[in-house]
Design a protein around this ligand. Structure first.
Ligand SMILES: Cc1ncc(CO)c(N)n1
Length: 213
C-alpha cells in the first residue's frame, strides 16, 4: 500500500463534511449569495498566493524532476480563477488588498510552520489536501448542474482532467517523499495532512459567515 492510500479515510471524511456543508450545498442549489462567493474568492486568492509561495520554497528541497513537476501543478487553476474574478468584476486591487481572515490566516501559517519546524516531506503532505479535497468535491459535483453556471464552472474546474492529473502527481510526490523518511516523520506527515483537512472544512464555514477579525 502506498503512503497516500493510508490517508484516504481522512480525505474522504473531509469530503463528506464538505459536501454537506451549507456553503457547498448553496453553491449546488444556486442559492449562495454572490457577495459570499466574492468573499470566498478574495480570501482564497490570498490563500493561493501563499500556497504557491510554499510550492516555491518546497521545490528548492526536491530533486530537479519533482521540483519542476511541483511548480507546474497550479497553472490550470489560475486560469479558471481569473474567469471567475472577471465574471464577478473583482479587481486585482481588491484581491491584493484582502487581508486573510482568522481561519485563512491559521491555515496559511500552519503550512509555513510545517515547513520550518518539520521540513519538506511534512510540509508537502500539508499541501496535498488542497488538491485532493477539491478534486474529490469537483468530481462528485461535476454532473450536478447548479442552476448558477458560475457555481457549476467552479466545480467543473476541479473535477476535470487537468486538476485530476495534478492531484495524482501531487500524491506521487508525497509518496516518493514518504519512502525517504523514518516512521516518526511519516506520523508527522499524517498530522500535517489531517490539520490541513481540518482547515479545509473550516474554510467553507469562514466564507459562509464572512469571518473577520
Ligand atoms: C482553501 C483552498 N483549498 C484548496 C484549494 C484548491 O486549490 C483552494 N483553491 N483553496
Amino acid at each position: 500500500m502506498k503512503f497516500t492510500d493510508t490517508l484516504k479515510t481522512t480525505i474522504m471524511a473531509c469530503h463528506d463534511q464538505s459536501v454537506h456543508h451549507p456553503f457547498i450545498q448553496q453553491l449546488v442549489d444556486g442559492s449562495l449569495p454572490k457577495e459570499t462567493f466574492r468573499y470566498y474568492l478574495c480570501q482564497d486568492h490570498q490563500y493561493l498566493r501563499n500556497f504557491q509561495h510554499l510550492h516555491e520554497l518546497v521545490a528548492k528541497h526536491l530533486p530537479a524532476d519533482d521540483a519542476k513537476l511541483l511548480l507546474s501543478l497550479g497553472a490550470g487553476e489560475d486560469q479558471a480563477r481569473q474567469a471567475l474574478h472577471q465574471a464577478l468584476q473583482i479587481t486585482l486591487a481588491e484581491l491584493d488588498q484582502t487581508s486573510p481572515a482568522p481561519t485563512n490566516y491559521a491555515y496559511i501559517t500552519h503550512m509555513y510552520y510545517q515547513l520550518t519546524k518539520f521540513g519538506v516531506a511534512v510540509a508537502t503532505a500539508g499541501l496535498l489536501p488542497c488538491y485532493w479535497l477539491y478534486n474529490e468535491v469537483g468530481k462528485g459535483l461535476a454532473q450536478k448542474q447548479s442552476p448558477d453556471p458560475l457555481y457549476q464552472a467552479f466545480f467543473d474546474s476541479y473535477g476535470g482532467e487537468d486538476f485530476t492529473t495534478s492531484t495524482t502527481q501531487m500524491r506521487e510526490i508525497v509518496d516518493r517523499l514518504a519512502l525517504q523518511v523514518d516512521q516518526p516523520t511519516q506520523t508527522l506527515m499524517r498530522g500535517a495532512f489531517a490539520k490541513s483537512c481540518y482547515y479545509e472544512v473550516h474554510f467553507w464555514q469562514m466564507a459562509l459567515t464572512k469571518e473577520n477579525w
